[in-house]
Design a protein around this ligand. Structure first.
Ligand SMILES: Nc1nc2c(ncn2[C@@H]2O[C@H](COP(=O)(O)OP(=O)(O)OP(=O)(O)O)[C@@H](O)[C@H]2O)c(=O)[nH]1
Ligand SMILES: [Mg+2]
Length: 371
């Protein structure tokens, strides 16, 4: 690939130069705004520096009198080379994006800073930064935060809209709630169950496999009692079968599990045997938004054999940075069912929607519920 740096006072001017020299097939590998020194720091002149590249294979081939290779062979090999070059081009582009070294206009710093404080993944910040950069170059007067927020929102929307949002579908009878110790599984079950009873008029029941601690059973019993819903404690497959039988007439059954043994692979395997995951079950993984992203990734890996449809993030009231919610959804291609924002049952739970998440994410530094 042939590469060359061009300097011009505007982007269109730079593009003109590039097209003239490298032709229509030239690709922009990087661009940045540079300021000339100026007299005593005054009268600084702004210009655009663009790094452009050109695949020599794509330039018009010289016309040969006699083809050197049979036509068919030439076609297939040049196709292969073209494809390789295309891959290479994409690679160069993606390197350029993540290691972006352009000088951002000052106007976008506040928003970029907010995204960093939210601990949004670097690639996502870069993709938003690219959009902001283009916008600010095109409309130099329109630096308003409102316009910038809209761009950031649209960019995040395009990353997230492919994933499912929203709570219990009520299409499956069993709601299997998994997650590490103390993230708020039992509390979140109580909140979801209260909504199912109060808002959806469903007949609910509870199964707990958390047989390690009396307190855990008592905790769920208290919530079940408040909702006048039955609860079954399950120690083995036989118990589970009986509980399922007893709960035949119910609409929704919440399955609570102990968090503390997820580190032990054997327990995860036992649990899988205990609960027939294929049959009529919706599975959520509960994570606390106060955890470190790296730790959450380890947990997600541990649960990779479970058919997790959506995440639930708890404790968003206890953190200032919720970028990890977005990062993990994108990284693991999962939806978002709910997030919870306090200890009060049943109030402190929000059914997730893409708009709600974007508002929450792009709001001021401190969390406040947007509705
Ligand atoms: N601030 C805040 N606290 C929460 C939230 N959700 C749960 N908690 C608290 O977190 C603590 C643990 O909640 P549990 O529901 O017992 O957690 P768990 O995942 O069932 O825990 P184990 O069963 O021990 O694995 C409790 O003190 C809850 O009140 C939330 O959204 N915000
Ligand atoms: Mg619990």
């Amino acid at each position: 690939m042939k590469m060359k740096k061009y300097t011009a006072s505007t982007m269109p001017e730079a593009m003109k130069l590039i097209r003239k020299e490298l032709g229509e097939e030239a690709v922009i590998l990087n661009s940045k705004v540079v300021y000339s020194k100026g007299f005593l720091g005054l009268f600084k002149k702004k210009s655009i520096e663009v790094l452009a590249g050109m695949d020599s294979i794509e330039s018009p081939a010289p016309i040969l009198e006699k083809p050197i290779l049979p036509q068919v062979q030439e076609d297939s090999s040049s196709e292969e080379i073209k494809k390789e070059l295309e891959d290479l081009k994409q690679m160069v582009k993606s390197i350029g994006r993540t290691q972006s070294n352009r000088t951002n206009p000052d106007e976008m710093e506040a928003l970029i800073q907010h995204l960093k404080e939210q601990e949004l993944a670097e690639e996502l910040i870069t993709s938003i930064g690219d959009e902001l950069f283009v916008h600010l170059k095109k409309n130099e007067e329109d630096t308003a935060m409102e316009a910038q927020l809209k761009i950031a929102k649209d960019q995040l929307r395009s990353e997230l809209e492919v994933f499912p949002f929203g709570g219990i579908s009520y299409e499956k009878k069993y709601i299997n709630v998994l997650g590490p110790t103390g993230v708020g599984k039992t509390t979140t079950i109580a909140k979801m169950a209260a909504r199912a009873v109060l808002e959806k008029k469903k007949k609910v029941g509870f199964i707990t496999t958390d047989t390690y601690r009396i307190a855990a059973i008592e905790q769920l019993k208290t919530y079940a009692g408040l909702l006048q819903a039955p609860i079954e404690i399950v120690y083995n497959e036989q118990d589970l079968k009986q509980a399922m039988h007893k709960f035949e007439a119910l609409d929704v059954v919440f399955i609570d599990t102990a968090g503390r043994n997820y580190k032990e692979v054997k327990f995860v395997e036992d649990l899988q045997k205990l609960i027939d995951l294929k049959e009529n079950t919706e599975t959520f993984l509960v994570l606390s938004s106060t955890s470190k992203q790296r730790d959450m990734e380890v947990i997600i890996e541990q649960f990779k054999d479970f058919p997790i449809q959506k995440f639930i993030f708890t404790k968003v009231d206890e953190t200032n940075s919720i970028g990890s919610i977005v990062n993990l959804m994108v990284k693991y291609k999962k939806g978002l069912a709910y997030y919870t924002d306090g200890q009060e049952v049943p109030e402190d739970i929000v059914e997730a929607s893409l708009d709600e998440l974007l508002n929450l994410f792009l709001k001021g530094i401190r969390y406040e519920r947007s509705s």
